[in-house]
Write a protein that binds this ligand. Structure first.
Ligand code: SF4
Ligand code: SF4
Length: 179
């Protein structure tokens, strides 16, 4: 693919996760420097990384990693399925690449292709993944800690949305995205 390739919203949000990942990787290879170094985008990404670190701290305090690892190791356990992988879109995968995450499909089974041995590979996850907390987690955390978790998730999602909108605008302006 050259930088003159263009895509539709269907390419970005429809199609298989394999196809979306391939487009994100191609855009990153061709336009990574231009997009990542953008005057408006770069500081937004810095702020998103700060928010993600804050979220990671809140999640660690709740031992969500431990809970999900134990759950995922059980037969039929875990909730990171191959179906859920379909929640990832091209721009959100591109944002991960721009943040330095080596986004790749790590598996081809019934689990999400981004689920590695140490959990989710992605720094910036889809909205559904960030918002989903099972009963076990909600009960274990209690209302006050869940409120804090929801608050930080909300801030991160807002930031991810703003970055996504900005990248869509830039891609439209340069003719890479039609529609
Ligand atoms: S969110 Fe709940 S169901 Fe999903 S892996 Fe974690 S503990 Fe299991
Ligand atoms: S949290 Fe990560 S590994 Fe789990 S379904 Fe979402 S993208 Fe996949």
């Amino acid at each position: 693919m050259g930088t003159q390739s263009c895509f539709s919203l269907q390419d970005f949000y429809g199609g298989s996760i394999t196809a979306r990942l391939a487009i994100a990787q191609m855009l990153y290879a061709d336009l990574g420097l231009e997009l990542g170094g953008g005057e408006a985008f770069a500081p937004m990404l810095v702020q998103a990384v700060i928010l993600e670190k804050e979220l990671a701290q809140v999640m660690a305090a709740l031992d969500l990693g431990g809970l999900c690892t134990v759950c995922g190791a059980k037969d039929g356990g875990g909730c990171c399925s191959s179906f859920m992988a379909g929640e990832n879109d091209v721009v959100q995968l591109l944002i991960n690449l721009l943040a330095g995450v080596a986004v790749t499909a790590m598996r081809e089974d019934a689990e999400c292709c981004f689920l590695g041995e140490r959990g989710c590979l992605l720094l910036f996850k889809p909205m559904f993944c960030l918002n989903y907390n099972c009963q076990q987690i909600r009960h274990g955390a209690g209302p006050a800690r869940m409120q804090r978790l929801d608050q930080v998730v909300g801030l991160l999602l807002q930031q991810q949305y703003a970055m996504e909108q900005l990248l869509l605008e830039v891609l439209r302006k340069r003719g890479t995205l039609i529609g």
